[in-house]
Write a protein that binds this ligand. Structure first.
Ligand code: GTR
Length: 428
């Protein structure tokens, strides 16, 4: 069976690699703002029945549930429930004096189908020793294993050999490989816990027909969900982040009511979707999430619905692909994904050279979520204008935005803004 799975997996990867260039050939990527096209964004306060929301209770009682359902059935797939009897947490290891005594490191395993050992998610939890407990936390999934976010040799090397990002690599050589993306000591010094887990522990990032990772658990819960709207991989990753939050609720040193969910790129898409589905996340950060994340789908700029659904068919449910060439018929756009997070603080960040992610489209999503935030009694995006700000000039209020000078990445600059934002808005 293993051999067959391996052959199938290789075939899927090869097929995706071979198919992708051909499918993209018929679409030139546009980077000319003058050609981004004209479109009308759906009014986030307009209900499907033609009525318009005028009070917070109508938003929470009618429009928000309707919008969330549309994003589930038409784009990401329906978010599965949780079999709590099969969810378990185990602290595997602890180091009370990490980072020269500044922090306690814990490795906690989340079993999604206990007592079965898999699927599981290994969390690295870094807790400031010199902060009053319980502390707020940033939860951000990583791309290549917990051992890549910090050079500390105490950290276990990921044992996930199914993942595309750890298969066939020497974990020891990858220690701290991506530490520049995760300034753990800075975050600890500011009094926050830092929590991460390898995203492919939740669902390996390749199209295997929804068999691997936590998808193996969903089948029993989605019998009544049409195949074309079943949980796709971004939903699986978001579901896994909510299980990580379930685990953090059992860690006394962490204030689980003050956990910010963050993500870079595909994991920024995931953070937005996790924040939209799980109101327990106190603050949401989208770092260069782009198409299928913060960037407007109706804009023809950078990555499009066509390129992303062909390049990463497993990320979205099949229904989403049916909107290629007719995005004006989508019942929503990504500003309404951000609106689903209201009235909680949300930070959308772009990078000036990351045109593939459409920085202007990301800003316009943040901008156009404002009416919902205002209806719910907040300052929304504050005094930000209708056009993107200058680079390296954060704008907004409880909806915040910046465009960092530089490439597609998550950097010390980004984190400095997120920490200031959390200090100001993620308060008890
Ligand atoms: C790219 C993809 C983007 C973004 C990025 C990433 O290939 O087109 O949407 O998700 O990967 O996750 O780094």
């Amino acid at each position: 069976m293993k051999l067959l799975h391996s052959v199938l997996r290789t075939a899927c990867l090869c097929a995706a690699a071979l198919a992708a260039p051909v499918l993209f050939a018929d679409e030139e990527t546009n980077y000319d703002e003058a050609l981004a096209g004209s479109y009308t964004l759906p009014d986030p306060l307009a209900c499907a029945d033609g009525t318009r929301v005028a009070a917070p209770e109508e938003w929470f009682g009618k429009r928000r549930p309707e919008l969330l359902e549309q994003f589930q059935t038409e784009m990401y797939g329906v978010m599965p429930g949780v079999n709590r009897e099969r969810l378990a947490f185990e602290t595997l290891r602890e180091n009370p004096v990490a980072l020269d005594g500044k922090a306690a490191f814990k490795e906690m395993r989340v079993y999604f189908d206990a007592p079965n050992p898999a699927p599981k998610l290994d969390l690295l939890i870094c807790i400031p020793n010199r902060a009053e407990k319980p502390v707020p936390a940033f939860l951000i999934p990583n791309f290549q294993g917990n051992h890549t976010v910090c050079s500390d040799p105490w950290i276990s090397i990921s044992d996930n050999t199914e993942a595309i990002h750890t298969r066939n690599v020497n974990g020891e050589e990858r220690r701290g490989y991506k530490k520049d993306r995760y300034p753990i000591e800075t975050i600890i010094d500011r009094g926050y816990a830092f929590v991460t887990g390898f995203y492919e522990d939740i669902d390996p990032d390749f199209d295997d027909g929804r068999q691997n990772g936590v998808h193996s658990l969903f089948a029993a819960m989605e019998q009544d969900v049409p195949e074309e709207s079943r949980a796709a991989t971004i939903t699986a990753w978001a579901w896994g982040l909510s299980r990580a939050l379930d685990a953090l609720e059992t860690v006394p040193e962490i204030d689980s009511s003050r956990v910010a969910v963050a993500g870079h790129s595909r994991l920024g898409k995931t953070a937005l979707w996790a924040g939209a589905n799980d109101p327990r996340f106190a603050l949401v950060i989208s770092n260069d999430s782009g198409c299928g994340g913060a960037a407007l789908t109706r804009r023809n700029f950078g990555e499009t619905i066509n390129t992303i659904t062909h390049g990463f068919p497993h990320w979205f449910c099949p229904r989403y692909k049916t909107y290629i060439g007719r995005t004006d018929e989508l019942p929503f756009d990504q500003h309404e994904l951000i609106a689903l997070i209201a009235p909680r603080p949300v930070y959308v960040a772009s990078a000036s050279e990351d045109l593939w992610a459409d920085p202007t489209g990301e800003f316009l999503s943040a901008r156009n979520a404002d009416p919902v935030y205002r209806l719910l009694g907040t300052e929304g995006i504050g005094g930000a204008g209708d056009t993107p700000p200058e680079a390296d000039t954060p704008v907004g209020a409880i909806i915040h935005y910046h465009r960092r000078t530089g490439k597609h990445n998550i950097t010390e600059y980004d984190w400095a803004q997120y920490l200031d934002f959390a200090d100001r808005y993620m308060t008890n």
